[in-house]
Design a protein around this ligand. Structure first.
Ligand SMILES: Nc1ncnc2c1ncn2[C@@H]1O[C@H](COP(=O)(O)OP(=O)(O)OP(=O)(O)O)[C@@H](O)[C@H]1O
Ligand code: SF4
Ligand SMILES: [Mg+2]
Length: 336
């Protein structure tokens, strides 16, 4: 039985498409379309963390932005708590914004340099009428404490903090409107390695304390494995595989996932010595003119002529493990 059968989905994404019209050519006089995401479907269950991984440019941030309606989707739907966000009138969408937040990669550009930390945290509380005016100061102090800083920093400005402290403040700001769902878009990629673990631990602590659900976007597979309950793997605007993290890392089925995971070093030196790395052929294809059929076929060692003609759909391989590969059954047999 699916481990989430009894759990309620908070976010349901169906056939989401986001195309960006762009100008190309030496003089920028030709029109083209970037197929940033092309028919993405998944659910995120209340209280879980869904990790989203894939190479640069595969559409991870666009998925997060479209999900929060920061990009208007070309087609498809995003339901939050049963409500189709793309159909909400502007007034209701504004009210919904309090429930869904985002933490970006770069804490420097997220904070207004002219606002003190206290003002930056109080603003969303006032906009969304989270509490009476008299309670705001106390709430700000509590938030600052909850993200591991001293409440007396409320009168200071963003430039007075280190990168890690600033990311803590961005997390506090995301929490200020009392959200239920947060998209974390590479929240530690811009930070020193030494403080990355602290921010991950903070995100995990506040998830429990504030009953949060996360979409966690990252390049670093070890981090994704640590923080996620389930993981989705994207390639050129499509989800190729989605499964519980132990299932995905222990039994990857899609040739692209296998290649991605084969690049992760093992902590155990004996295992590391025997690790076989799968070197992908060629570069990531162009999102302006994506390959026909399976988008991974020009780089897939298992590709057959049919892979260029038919688009694989996500297929249930049991235990909540979904794979989009036309040859998944044969490949599974070959590798047993
Ligand atoms: N505003 C935009 N206009 C045109 N193309 C865009 C825009 N935003 C993103 N794209 C393109 O859409 C595709 C997906 O981009 P996206 O930023 O979602 O990728 P990503 O997986 O988040 O990459 P990264 O890991 O580098 O952050 C890329 O080809 C990108 O160039
Ligand atoms: S459908 Fe074909 S090209 Fe795509 S991953 Fe499967 S075997 Fe490879
Ligand atoms: Mg991105």
């Amino acid at each position: 039985m699916n481990m989430h059968a009894k759990q309620e989905p908070l976010v349901v994404v169906e056939n989401l498409v986001k195309h960006f019209p762009v100008k190309i050519g030496a003089f920028g006089n030709q029109s083209a379309v970037v197929h940033a995401i092309d028919g993405v479907s998944f659910a995120i269950y209340k209280g879980e963390t869904l990790g989203l991984v894939g190479e640069s440019g595969c559409g991870k941030s666009t998925t997060g932005f479209a999900l929060l309606q920061l990009h208007k989707a070309t087609s498809g739907s995003v339901k939050f708590d049963g409500v189709d966000l793309s159909k909400l009138p502007a007034k209701d969408l504004r009210a919904m914004r309090k429930r869904v937040q985002i933490v970006f990669q770069d804490p420097y550009s997220t904070l207004n340099p002219r606002m003190t930390i206290g003002e930056a945290l109080a603003e969303p509380m006032r906009v969304h009428k989270i509490c009476p005016e008299k309670d705001i100061q106390g709430r700000v102090a509590r938030l600052i404490r909850d993200v591991g800083l001293n409440p007396n920093v409320a009168n200071r400005y963003p430039h007075e903090f280190s990168g890690g402290q600033r990311q803590r403040i961005c997390i506090a700001r995301a929490l200020a409107s009392d959200p239920e769902f947060i998209v974390c878009d590479e929240p530690i990629s811009a930070l020193d390695v030494s403080i990355q673990a602290q921010i991950i631990n903070l995100l995990m602590d506040i998830q429990e304390k504030y009953n949060l659900t996360y979409l966690f976007i990252a390049h670093d597979l070890a981090v994704v494995r640590h923080i996620s309950d389930r993981v989705a793997v994207m390639y050129l605007g499509k989800i190729m595989e989605i499964a519980g993290k132990d299932e995905l890392f222990g039994r990857p089925l899609h040739p692209y996932t296998k290649a991605l995971l084969s690049a992760v070093p093992e902590a155990d030196p004996d295992v590391e010595r025997g690790r076989k790395r799968i070197i992908l052929q060629g570069d990531v294809s162009n999102a302006i003119d994506p390959p026909s059929g399976c988008r991974f076929h020009p780089r897939c060692a298992h590709a057959r002529p049919m892979c260029a003609g038919e688009v694989p759909e996500l297929e249930d391989r049991g235990e909540g493990h979904f794979v989009a590969c036309l040859r998944v059954a044969e490949i599974e047999k070959e590798t047993v």
